[in-house]
Design a protein around this ligand. Structure first.
Ligand code: ZN
Ligand code: ZN
Length: 136
């Protein structure tokens, strides 16, 4: 199964092979500084996410290298330093394709989150953090 996504201007096309490893919403200060809000993330093996057309730029604001379209600036995906995965910008997916399981880095959230998903203070234990949740 290949999912095709494009930047807003259509110059860049990306193919994603297979399904997401996990999907979540990241509230870290890095994501918020770049996006102006939390980042909806669809995490895939790095080898499954390929740029098949168009020119891209990679920049790092704080710690996370992020790839965007050179022409329109659409954010395409972010790397996770030290891990062979790419976090695709789920705004580029259809709503049916983005089913986040939890929120991470809620310690930086701009306001309390009120949905029914788990609200991890930092990163869940299954990704090397702790399962501490926010007490809003
Ligand atoms: Zn573009
Ligand atoms: Zn983040």
């Amino acid at each position: 199964m290949i999912t095709t996504i494009q930047s807003a201007c259509g110059d860049v096309e990306i193919h994603i092979a297979g399904k997401a490893l996990v999907q979540y919403i990241c509230h870290c200060d890095d994501c918020q500084a770049v996006h102006g809000r939390a980042y909806p993330c669809s995490l895939h093996p790095a080898s499954a996410v390929s740029i098949v057309r168009g020119e891209t730029d990679v920049f790092t604001l704080r710690t996370t290298p992020r790839t965007r379209c050179k022409r329109c600036g659409s954010y395409l995906f972010a790397e996770v330093p030290g891990h062979p995965v790419r976090g695709v910008n789920a705004d580029l997916l259809t709503p049916e394709m983005f089913k986040p399981e939890f929120h991470i880095q809620c310690q930086y959230a701009a306001a309390p989150i009120t949905d029914h998903l788990p609200h991890f203070k930092a990163i869940p234990a299954r990704f090397g953090g702790s399962d501490e949740l926010m007490q809003w």
